[in-house]
Design a protein around this ligand. Sequence first.
Ligand code: UD1
Ligand code: MG
Length: 460
Amino acid sequence: MPKLNIVILAAGLGKRMNSALPKVLHPLAGKPLLAHVLDTARALSPQRICVVYGHGGEAVPQAMDDATLIWAQQMPQLGTGHALMQALPHLDRHGTTLVLYGDVPLTHAETLKKLIAAAGEKTLGMLTVELPDPSGYGRVVRNSETGKITAIVEEKDASQSQREIREINTGIMVIPNEYLHDWLHKLENNNAQKEYYLTDVVEMAVRDDVKVEATQPDHAWETVGVNSKAQLAALERIYQNEFATKLLERGVTLADPCRIDIRGQLDCGRDVEIDINCIFEGHVHLGDGVKVGAHSILRNVKVAAGSAIAPFSLIDAAEIGENCRIGPYARIRPGTRLADEVHIGNFVEVKNSTIATGSKANHLSYIGDSVVGKNVNIGAGTITCNYDGANKYQTIIEDNVFVGSDTQLVAPVTVAQGATIGAGSTITKDTPPETLTLSRAKQISIDGWKRPVKKAKAEK
Ligand code: UD1
Ligand code: MG
């Protein structure tokens, strides 16, 4: 295969997004549109990738943060041909250049491979599709006898009969570098929009006896661009539907494939079950037999085999061992590592803590900056007071400890192994092992005490 250069056009304004954020930075499945295009581009192992940027300014290169990319600024934006001209100094003299759009996020790498294979160093390759409603797009004009492509005509420049053509230019094309330099220099802007149209290279190719080959994608949506929030939402659904279908094919049970959102990578073992309205972000790994209850959100999480997440749980940057029971309504925050068979129940928040095998905190607790041993039982309402208003401190709870309900453990503090803490205690000093410790005022009852009564309102 000839050397491949890729140019991504991303300088356009995106006025219809009605947003301060540059269009190509709007997220689809949690990732900027342009990042999707870059991932696809990288999958083709090109010699180099050049991105033409303009509107949105430096925010665009900064958001991509990739030192291997070449950035070419286009100011002002005078059309797609003018955009490609800005990349020209970075392109090889031989080989081919694939032109992609920064706002067309869902093109399959396989489709582009097909397009590149059909083109080559001596052929201009175009990705075209037939649309029931071609309005707004450049039309592919073919010779009525030979069927060969002769030109692309933009809608604004098209005659009435040309407007009836349903084969459209997706904008994605592969151009032999040998001709590219010459053709771009010859572009003119004497058209309805006073722009330098990249599409004019098609006519030049025909004139120079360079073959023009059209390739079609498997799905028209692979070539659809985002110009509005409505189009962005539509592509988001297509993306999610594709991902859900892949999960089903791999044997994952989805209660409803229309009600799952994956914004990153989701790897699943065998017999994983996911209930409705769950969101997966970053890199999530679910081991064999894991069940995720409805309305749960998992972000950068590893859940080992056999664990069950009950509904409405939020788990962020954590590792969950095997056969754990989490939730409902659990919040597990970054830096948490749960060993096997740990139970974290409703309204329990765990942050930056490790909890060893078989330990349980089933109700209404905060466990922060803690090291919890094996087979510990943390009673309802237990709070680790890890913050004195200025600094954070650690709580250590050793193996086989039983913490009674409504206990405050004021860090730094260690509850030694086998200790029992009486309910309602405030523990400020380390406690001895295998001993009952409690810090409660003695219970008293006051004879003859009367509840206050409401005062009668003064007459007006
Ligand atoms: C272009 C094609 C049209 C095709 C359509 C597909 C031309 C002349 N027309 O039209 O045949 O059917 O795409 O969507 O090529 N851009 C720049 N700098 C510019 C202008 C555009 O970087 O000066 C970028 C945009 O950010 C966008 C892409 O190029 O990513 C396409 O621009 P857009 O304005 O959408 O082109 P269309 O007029 O829709
Ligand atoms: Mg467009």
